[in-house]
Design a protein around this ligand. Sequence first.
Ligand SMILES: N[C@@H](Cc1ccccc1)C(=O)O
Length: 390
Amino acid sequence: MLNGWIELDKKAEGGPRVLRKVESIDDAVKEQLLSIRNGQSDALTDAQKADFKKRKLLVEVTVKSFVLKKGAAFTTSLTKPETDLTMDMLTNGSWREKQFKAYNFEALGVPPASGHLHPLMKVRSEFRQIFFEMGFTEMPTNRYVESSFWNFDTLFQPQQHPARDAHDTFFVSDPAESHEFPMDYLERVRKVHAEGGYGSQGYLYDWKLAEAKKNVMRTHTTAVSARQLYKLAQEGFKTSKLFSIDRVFRNETLDATHLAEFHQVEGVVAERGLSLAHVMGLFTEFFKKCGIEKLRFKPTYNPYTEPSMEVFAYHDGLGKWVEIGNSGMFRPEMLLPMGLPEDVNVAGFGLSLERPTMIRYGIENIRDLFGAKVNLKMVYDNPICRLDKQ
Ligand SMILES: N[C@@H](Cc1ccccc1)C(=O)O
């Protein structure tokens, strides 16, 4: 009716009737749909399309298609691009034909494979550094096997002292004895033990050379200090600050905090008119450099030092005082037979390397730090040690 093709006769006989109005029609919608079917989708305006879609005469679909063709570098065989320009490629000219892989500047570098210091050695380097800063020189510690003479007798440790027992000390069976000793010095050592001298009554016992000859695994690095102090007396005394950090051996019952071999850090200062106050000042400075500020000294006994002091440090983490070392002024019965001048005093102190390392790295069982059960990953992963305050 809108197009004027038909009309409605409402008054017709028998009710409203639809009547043809024109002879022929021109059906534009049909024409348009046919032309779309023939592929001429742009024959319609957007408004017409929207109208047809609304009337559900039309659905619009998007069809994407791709055309693949062989490219210039098309090949059916895979070749890996070169990653290295080699000498051969340069000399035979094959580099001209080769495909080279482009550099990836975003790629992470390969971590360089390198050696790793064991935590004990890291802490050792830190202690060495502190000693060097304080003007100390390092003693030669390459002698693991010592005669009892240098390990005990020169240190005025009597031959019946319990530390010289096989329960505490490893004796060496082959070779069981040392034979070369500075005989005049040895005689002075015998005499001070057996008869006294230098204002001391000695121990008054029958000192035996056979006992002094016995080889032991050195039980402390103080044996090294004794050799060095004797050498110092022979070469003409001069003020000396000496240190050593190396392995010592004791016949200990093994447990979580004790091994039969461990490391000692030892410092020795020889100077004219050295007083206990100097020595305490020195320790205070040394431990301060290690990050330990609160120190306490407690009297103790060593055969070779008088006075002797155990050094305690307040451990903030543990909230208590812990023993960190042993120290003292070497006795005249040890120093004078060596030939050191009478006004020379020598102070010494020793501590273990394991203890600060375990505290530093939070290792609770010494066997995780040293020995056959050590996990190499622990060695790789632990950072360099800095003995500063936590
Ligand atoms: N030799 C002592 C340490 C020490 C060294 C020097 C002087 C006094 C003590 C020890 O084994 O514990």
